[in-house]
Design a protein around this ligand. Structure first.
Ligand code: MN
Length: 209
C-alpha cells in the first residue's frame, strides 16, 4: 500500500506490480549497519529519471519482493548507485540476487576527478550541483517500523541527485578518454561484491604477494 509523505512513495516489502521504470534508475540502501553479512537491509530507495522517489521498507525476514527483484535483475534498466560495492552486496545477501547493469558515481568520480580525494555523495552534490546535502539522519535506526519524515526525506535525498551527478561525471570521463576504464570497473563490481561477501575485503588478488 502506498503512503504519501511529501512526494515520497513508501511501500512495504516490495514495489507494486504496476510500477514500471525505463532507461535508468538511481538506487541506494539503508541498513542496520556497515557489516554486509550481519546487518540487515531495511530500505531500498529508488529514483526514476524524473527524480520521483520510491522507498521500499523491509520488515525483518520479509525479503521476497518479486517485483523489485525483477527490476534489479533487468539488464535494460541501468542502476545508478553511489558506492555500488556496498549496496549490491547487501542486496545479494538479503534478496538473494545480483543486480545487473550497474553504474557507480563514486567510481566515476575517482576516475574523472583525480584532482581531489573528496568523492563522498555530499562532496559530489556540493562540487557538481551546488547542492548542500543534509546527512544528519545517516546513523538513525532504519529498522524502525515507523520512520520519521526526516528519515524518509534523508533516504530520498540519497537517490534524487544521482542522475544529475552521473551526467556531469560522464562528460568529464568522456573528456578524459576514460569511458572504457569506467565500463570495465562497473562490470567488475558484482565480482568485487562477491569477494566482500566471502570476507575478502582487503585481499587484492591482483597483487604479487
Ligand atoms: Mn543512503
Amino acid at each position: 500500500m502506498a503512503q504519501k509523505v511529501k512526494n515520497i512513495k513508501l511501500y512495504k516489502n516490495d514495489l507494486p506490480l504496476n510500477i514500471k521504470f525505463k532507461g535508468s534508475i538511481a538506487i541506494d540502501t539503508e541498513t542496520m549497519g556497515l557489516n554486509i553479512n550481519s546487518d540487515r537491509l531495511c530500505l531500498i530507495q529508488i529514483s526514476d529519471e524524473e527524480g520521483n522517489p520510491y522507498i521500499v521498507q523491509f520488515q525483518k525476514n520479509c525479503y521476497d519482493a518479486p517485483n523489485l527483484k525483477k527490476i534489479l535483475k533487468d539488464e535494460n534498466i541501468l542502476k545508478i548507485f553511489h558506492y555500488a560495492r556496498f549496496d549490491i552486496a547487501v542486496i545479494k545477501k538479503n534478496l538473494g540476487i545480483m543486480c545487473k547493469s550497474i553504474y557507480c558515481t563514486k567510481i566515476a568520480s575517482k576516475l574523472a576527478r583525480t584532482f581531489t580525494d573528496r568523492h563522498g555523495l555530499k562532496d559530489l552534490c556540493r562540487d557538481l550541483l551546488k547542492v548542500d546535502l543534509n546527512k544528519q539522519s545517516q546513523t538513525s535506526d532504519w529498522g524502525s517500523d515507523n520512520l520519521s519524515s526526516n528519515q524518509l526525506e534523508y533516504a530520498a535525498n540519497d537517490v534524487i541527485y544521482l542522475h544529475e551527478i552521473k551526467n556531469k561525471l560522464d562528460k568529464m570521463i568522456k573528456r578524459e578518454g576514460k569511458q572504457n576504464l569506467a565500463k570495465a570497473c562497473f562490470e567488475y563490481l558484482p565480482t568485487k561484491a562477491e569477494f566482500d561477501l566471502l570476507g575478502w575485503h582487503d585481499k587484492d588478488i591482483f597483487q604479487h604477494s
